[in-house]
Design a protein around this ligand. Sequence first.
Ligand code: TRP
Ligand code: ZN
Length: 891
Amino acid sequence: MRTEQPKMIYLKDYQAPEYLIDETNLTFELFDDHSLVHAQLLMRRNPARGAGLPPLVLDGQQLELLSLVMDDHELQVGDYQLTDNHLTLQPTAASFTLNSSVRIHPETNTALEGLYKSSGMFCTQCEAEGFRKITYYLDRPDVMSRFTTSLSASKQDYPVLLSNGNPIASGSEEGGRHWATWQDPFMKPAYLFALVAGDLWCIEDSFTTMSAREVTLRIYVEPENIDKCQHAMDSLKKSMRWDEEVYSREYDLDIFMIVAVNDFNMGAMENKGLNIFNSSCVLARAETATDAAHQRVEAVVAHEYFHNWSGNRVTCRDWFQLSLKEGFTVFRDAEFSADMNSRTVKRIEDVAYLRTHQFAEDAGPMAHAVRPDSFMEISNFYTLTVYEKGSEVVRMLQTLLGAEGFRRGSDLYFARHDGQAVTCDDFIQAMQDAASIAGQALDLSQFKRWYSQAGTPRLAVSEAYDPAAKTYSLTFRQDCPASPGQVAKLPFVIPVELALLDDQGRELPLRLVGEGAEAAVSTRVLSVVEAEQSFTFVDIAERPLPSLLRGFSAPVKLSFPYSRAQLQFLMQHDSDGFNRWDAGQQLAVQVLRELIGQVQRGEPLLLDQRLVEALRTVLTNESLDPAMVAEMLSLPSEAYLAEISEVADVDAIHAAREFARKQLSEALFEPLWQRYQDNRVASRRTAYVAQAAHFARRSLQNIALSYLLLSERPQVLAACLEQYEVADNMTERLAALACLVNSPFENERAQTLADFAEQFKANSLVMDQWFSVQAASGLPGGLQRVQQLMTHPAFTLSNPNKVRALIGAFAGQNLINFHAADGSGYRFLAEQVISLNASNPQIASRQLAPLTRWRKYDASRQALMKAELERILASGELSSDVYEVVSKSLL
Ligand code: TRP
Ligand code: ZN
């Protein structure tokens, strides 16, 4: 809890550390009612900070200091100063050894930061600033040290004792205790420290690296989950191979371990050699995890593994540089997933997510640059902007440099900075220097604005065709709305990948004025660098249709005045799969906006039949990847429609979208039913496989079912119930349940929900799904259902996955119920945030996000939302996490 007013920390104030810690020797004595931590730190004055011996200021929070010895001198109370956050003492020599002993209480640590207990096991989470809750330390990423860790605990209760690096010794003690010592040969910052003690089983495998070293791979879980680890292990081996093949990155220790824990604030953590995972990102098998869950496990395993180079071997100088490791690593895991599954589908999913959620963040009160320039609480900056937009920035670099140029840059970056703590500027510099070594003059200084300017740029495009001169010009106008602390923005470098299509959908040769005929290619990347800039193509015999921003080549809001007929054409003929999907989304947005207007004006609703016919064409196209068909059938979400509205009218959005879905289900019943049955038959014939072609088939089957059930026909209800009952996998079973939960078939809904809960009550992750589908249901009475579910025995506020599954799904996905006009949804969320603030500030702060978007809604909702934010602010002792978000949202 906050005792001092949280203060703003600025990037411009960065200074290198006064002291360094060459070696860190830790001894943990773990007991059930407290733990002891003994730290021996071999320290010296940082030569980069010059001569003199300024005071040594160590970070430390919630530690009970038991003893402090500097070299051989036992320090007494007057020899140091202790505050809530720091221990200050005066060194008397340029190098010295500091020994400290502290008592901590992992058994009552509900914040899940530092050392804590989850389902009876000890585990740690140190990123970003959790190590200071374990021992007094220089808890900053530019202080890198060699760690040796010993831990002791009851042998019976905690048979497995793990830490970073390699095991070097172990033994038994008096009184049923045992101990183990681990040594990590690599220098690392404290945020990568980890420790685990528990009653765990593991599956083991091995991997032979590109230089023929054998690495032992282990995944540790609670005994009852040992049958759910194989998919994560397969994913790990694929990731290790991929990083060798694509980036030439080899693993560097003799052992790599993953531990699954049930209570975890985020997805997973890349601690050196000992990754700790939310069990939701490890455990997966057909019967209990959906296709989406399987893909998430694969992606998160890869993400954390990739951090071994992008994050651990080369780490961040300070937390403002977080995207240096996160943006780059998200980009790496996205490319891995694209290579393992369908590239186009992966891109569609990522872009839909970015546009809905990151664009909303960029337009809200917490908007910040990919490299923020100030923060109060760093935990609040593990954001969509730092992760997802950061990844888009790295992708743009690759687009501008080409795959080979980008690879030369990453090679130079890893070689130059191995073992260092560096900045985003260093990353860009390596890219630029590698280009210049290869003889390519490249100046990335303007590109760097992507790191320093917040907000989503708008890119308006207009065209002019001159039939006599056979020239076609595109004019780009970019601007970026103001964001907190940044009023005026300078132009970005926006790579626009494009093609020009003829009336058959063929790509025309692209030659700009002044270029030779040999320069012509059918697709190219234009760099838009000015506020307004035109490009003129020559030899264009007929008016073309532009296919712009292919593959979403930049994270901008593009606008081009396409007619609905042109969008229909692009949906069918664009040779870029991503843009085919996007044309469909743009068409759906136009049509839905028209319906929203009709709802608002109280007019009869009329669905533009062009959308129906366009989707019919997609649905009956057997040569299209079924996953693409499924993506194209998915109307833009309510959250996305809210994001692109000036004022989000949730009632009208919901009514319009539901009307369109219902109309589509009637008009397209026959082809939907056909495709549903074809795919369902195929599903019944094949055993579950976690592979792209199978994901694709099930995704089409399940979206077809969700439309079909809207028709309320008995044969569909029967099919849905049958799918629920006989499915051999969670993907089909949960999809059927979700359809019923959103249907008017009350009895079937209640029976199936009860059956599901009875069948899966022992599986906490499956119950999360059960909570989520109910929390997200747009049927009336949403809040009461959620409040009722909070009393269910499987629910607890102390487990972050449960909070996300129920409260997060309600406030984030159930717009119509959360934004109930009486403000009941807002009041409910504020109450949950206030209670979570006391137990788990990181989770409290994250759940707040929907309330921070209050400016998006009508005056009455704005007032209600603001009142709840003010109530939170006045509720007493706020954590720095919640305080920062609430106070900035009210500015
Ligand atoms: N570095 C982790 C990742 O891979 C993020 C993370 C895990 C984290 N746990 C955390 C960040 C707790 C803050 C607090 O993305
Ligand atoms: Zn990460």
